[in-house]
Design a protein around this ligand. Structure first.
Ligand code: CO
Length: 134
């Protein structure tokens, strides 16, 4: 089921500052900020040769990362995203096996305009997992 590591997501309190740090200090290729209202975040993607880093800043009052940043005011690793061939089938199979799929369990459109679901961190050793259609 599990495929490539698509990205590592890092929640940050200041997206512009974090983007500049990666671009100017590490020489990283960074995207323009992309607001994702449905997910309550603004994202910047950093392209690495073998994967991506997704910087996340809260968007709106209901942002799902607001509480995370309250607990981690400097920012921190928020989730890992693995690719799967069929996210709907993976979600159904995992739910049937007792893994908690967040929300309705129905895939939503993610940052790359591909279907994604999230899996409960308590079922994956303290790490929030995103599955994205490959
Ligand atoms: Co992500």
């Amino acid at each position: 089921m599990i495929g490539r590591l698509n990205h590592v997501a890092i929640a940050v309190p200041d997206l512009d500052a974090a983007t500049a740090r990666y671009r100017d200090r590490l020489g990283a290729r960074v995207s323009e900020p992309v607001p994702l209202a449905e997910h309550g975040v603004t994202t910047v993607f950093i392209e690495l040769p073998n994967t991506k880093i997704e910087l996340l800043e809260p968007l709106g009052a209901e942002s799902p990362i607001a509480a995370f940043l309250e607990r981690n005011p400097d920012g921190g690793i928020h989730h890992l995203c693995y690719e799967v061939d069929d996210v709907a089938a993976a979600s159904a199979a995992l739910a049937e096996s007792g893994i908690r799929v967040l929300g309705s369990g129905e895939p939503k459109r993610g940052a790359h305009d591909k279907p994604v679901v999230f899996l409960h961190p308590k079922d994956f050793f303290g790490t929030l997992i995103e599955l994205e259609q490959a």
